[in-house]
Ligand binder design. Structure first.
Ligand code: NAD
Length: 373
């Protein structure tokens, strides 16, 4: 930063250690396009396309740099053959349908020029219809399954992964992985929180439900025979597991001292405001399941579908491997004295240092070779 000025593009990139960024202004819509490639050690850089109105385009780039790095960790933690990437379409304001379609098609053409070094998918502000539009001009899109009966929403898979991760967390923290009678607080009953709460209720957990949309939370609580908790009362509510499934940064220096739970394990991205908050949780004896590991289920399922696996039971089997991954992270944490977040990072670094399983990095072309019809 120079003289109190907000950081510019070059300031953001000065210390960034990724592969690079493609920057382009889409003149018809005034959108800044950032395609961020962070790491391709394990396979092509892959991560969703975020469309958003940012205070300034530079904020969009900052978001993309952070999210692309997060994808590197997510894929490596699960040892999946993809690298970290993300794209951001920083629009100047809401776009009408025609302008949006034009932008998406030009974005797709830009992806072709990268020849498969980056693959995209839906993210905040884009959906599977947008992915279909992009797929009209480029093959580098995940989440367009080429078959109308394939599952199109990643959220139930994310919920299943979180459910499996909570089981691993219960085992680690309480020495017993039975859900029966466990008090589990689901914060945010949207696309992930709602199917998660359902799974938890089905196995006998006492489900507590909170959402900023109070009517939705009350209805869910009633449907599941659970208990409604006001969104303001989540921090401080007594429970065995707090499952953040709404927004990020709910774990921080102000909230952690007030938590009354044994485990934090949920779907939200970026749950810790600062990395050091993992240490604060540890000091309070609260087990933290690192967010990018426990919430990887949807991304895993969609890339498996892209690779040609469309059998739902098999997808579910692969997603529940999150439970074993967390088991080994918790074990390493216990043996080494590292926090679970540090142990997850150590695992990622080991896998990246080893390189792709089998020694050969994959490409989208190889994957489509085995792919869908
Ligand atoms: P969603 O928008 O469908 O649901 C979010 C819910 O949280 C909504 O019901 C909303 O009313 C509620 N909410 C928002 N702010 C809140 C607050 N301050 N307090 C309480 N409730 C609040 O989103 P989603 O797809 O279910 O995703 C939830 C979280 O999980 C997000 O952080 C998302 O980034 C993360 N995530 C989702 C997926 C996926 O497959 N959908 C995958 C990985 C991570």
């Amino acid at each position: 930063m120079i003289g109190g000025e907000p950081p510019g593009i070059l300031d953001l990139l000065a210390d960034w250690e990724g592969i690079g960024v493609i920057v382009r202004r889409d003149r018809p819509t005034g959108t800044w396009i950032f395609v961020v490639l962070h790491n391709d050690t394990l396979g092509p850089a892959t991560g969703g396309c975020r469309m958003k109105v940012y205070p300034s385009p530079v904020d969009g780039l900052a978001d993309g740099l952070r999210l692309a790095e997060g994808m590197t960790y997510k894929w490596a933690a699960m040892d999946f053959p993809f690298g970290g990437g993300k794209s951001v379409l920083a629009t100047p304001g809401p776009l009408d349908a025609e302008a949006r379609r034009g932008l998406l098609l030009r974005f797709g053409t830009l992806l072709n020029s990268l020849g498969g070094r980056y693959g995209t998918g839906a993210d905040l502000g884009t959906d599977s219809d947008d992915m279909r539009t992009i797929a009209e001009v480029t093959p580098y899109v995940i989440g367009v399954h080429g078959r109308s009966d394939g599952p199109m929403d990643p959220s139930p898979f994310t919920a299943l992964g979180v459910f499996a991760g909570i089981r691993a967390s219960l085992r680690q923290r309480f020495g017993d992985d039975s859900f029966d009678g466990r008090r589990i607080l689901v914060e945010g009953v949207g696309s992930v929180g709602s199917p998660l709460a359902q799974r938890l209720a089905d196995v006998g957990a006492v489900v507590l439900v909170a959402d900023i949309a109070e009517g939705r939370a009350r209805a869910e609580a009633e449907r599941l025979g659970g208990t409604w908790v006001s969104a303001d009362a989540v921090i401080g509510a007594e429970c065995d597991v707090y499952a953040p499934c709404a927004v990020g940064a709910t774990l921080n220096v102000e909230t952690i001292p007030r938590l009354r739970c044994g485990v934090v394990a949920g779907a939200a991205n970026n749950q810790l405001r600062e990395e050091t908050d993992a240490q604060l949780l540890d000091e309070r004896g609260i087990l933290y399941a690192p967010d990018y590991v426990i919430n990887a289920g949807g991304a895993m399922a969609f890339t498996l579908i892209f690779q040609g696996e469309t059998r739902v039971p098999e997808l579910e089997r692969r997603v529940t491997a999150i439970e074993r991954t967390l088991d080994s992270i918790f074990q390493e944490s216990e043996l080494s004295g590292l926090t679970p977040l540090e142990a997850a990072r150590a695992r990622v670094e080991r896998i990246l240092a080893r390189g792709p399983a089998g020694g050969v990095s994959s490409s989208f072309e190889d994957m489509r070779g085995h792919g869908e019809g």
